[in-house]
Design a protein around this ligand. Structure first.
Ligand SMILES: N[C@@H](CCC(=O)N[C@@H](CS)C(=O)NCC(=O)O)C(=O)O
Length: 217
């Protein structure tokens, strides 16, 4: 098997890549990385100096592919079945990439800030940064509420890269800064995402690890 995904089942960005792998039905080896283990961390750093996962390794093409959006483009280029995560039409592709950036930068990163702060020692917490992140999440939720008013997927009828980005960001976002009563379209979108077989599989595989998600303190 030529593909290996270096990942962790609980990691939100790893979910994004896994969703695309399952959408394409690509065979791959899932190599779980324990970042708390110095040898496993060093091995990941050798692949990608930033030391974040997921990283896709393609032995057949001698390629190391970090960064989820790039991994998903790579899968589209080399492993896509009939469904593509990035549409062929250039304008639609641009809008899909924009929506992907929106979910990563303005939902996923602030969500990580809120949840990541729970892991900091008591004297190293960043309440100001967390308040800013929560405000960003609420702004983004308001935008998504409008975007999703007519239902469907992030880009309309076709499931895409933007939905791969949206799910982990919104799933953990709702844990970090719960949706409000005025977010009915957003809530419905998250439920549609959860029901998608590729996503249901990712969540099921993560379930044994959910007790490791840091609780609010
Ligand atoms: N921009 C990166 C973000 C990856 C990322 O933040 N991964 C997290 C897990 S969700 C990670 O590796 N965290 C460990 C660390 O920062 O040490 C991507 O899209 O792949």
């Amino acid at each position: 098997m030529s593909l290996t995904l270096h990942f962790h089942p609980l990691s939100s960005f790893c979910w994004k890549a896994l969703i695309a792998l399952y959408e394409h039905g690509v065979e791959f080896t899932a190599k779980s990385v324990d970042l708390g283990n110095p040898e496993e961390r060093a091995a990941l750093l050798k692949l990608w100096g930033i030391g974040k996962f997921p990283v896709l390794q393609d032995d057949a093409r001698q390629a190391i592919v970090p960064e989820t959006s790039v991994i998903i483009e790579y899968l589209d280029q080399h492993f896509a079945g009939p469904a593509r995560m990035i549409p062929a039409a250039p304008e639609l592709a641009l809008q899909t990439r924009l929506r992907d950036r929106f979910y990563d930068l303005y939902v996923h990163l602030p969500m990580q800030k809120v949840i990541g702060d729970r892991l900091r020692p008591g004297d190293k917490k960043d309440p100001y940064g967390v308040a800013e992140a929560r405000a960003q999440l609420r702004t983004s939720y308001g935008m998504i509420e409008q975007q999703m008013a007519s239902g469907g997927w992030a880009m309309g009828d076709a499931f895409s890269l933007a939905d791969c980005s949206a799910f982990p960001a919104l799933y953990y976002g709702n844990v970090a800064e719960p949706f409000g009563d005025d977010h009915k379209h957003l809530k419905a979108y998250l439920e549609r995402l959860k029901a998608r077989p590729s996503i249901a599989r990712v969540v099921k595989e993560a379930e044994p690890y959910f007790h490791m998600v840091p609780k609010e303190n």
